[in-house]
Ligand binder design. Structure first.
Ligand code: AMP
Ligand code: ZN
Length: 114
């Protein structure tokens, strides 16, 4: 499952360079190009699904994403707290329609988010 027009699929397929910060069988992680926190990493499934709802029926890839998030939180020493965000839909701020988790940490967070 890949989409030739999708930026994130090009990262998965090594058609475009990306600085990986981690990967496992079903997911990759890389630094966000426009970080909103000292640590801002995107974790994406290797399959092309447009959002969390589509990802949720692919249990292996969903688990790969969640396990990689946990691994990153530990390796980046985010034990004091971190935030995981899946923007879902344009009104929620989604701009890349290949499901991705934002992992944000290294600063205090406000609640509710804007
Ligand atoms: P969203 O707005 O939730 O869809 O998140 C998309 C994220 O992808 C944004 O935080 C962007 O900064 C990030 N992004 C876009 N292009 C790139 C890129 N070439 N490399 C890394 N991150 C990117
Ligand atoms: Zn894609």
């Amino acid at each position: 499952m890949t989409n030739p027009d999708c930026l994130f699929c090009k990262f998965v397929n090594a058609q475009l360079p990306v600085s990986l910060v981690g990967q496992n069988s079903g997911a990759i992680a890389f630094n966000d190009i426009n970080p909103k926190a000292p640590t801002h990493i995107l974790v994406i499934p290797k399959i092309h699904v447009k959002n969390l709802a589509e990802l949720s029926v692919h249990s292996a890839e969903l688990q790969s994403v969640m396990l990689l998030i946990d691994e990153i939180a530990k390796s980046k020493q985010l034990a004091n707290g971190y935030r995981v965000v899946f923007n879902t839909g344009a009104a929620a701020g989604q701009s890349v329609f290949h499901a991705h988790a934002h992992v944000l940490g290294g600063r205090s967070m406000q609640w509710p988010p804007g």
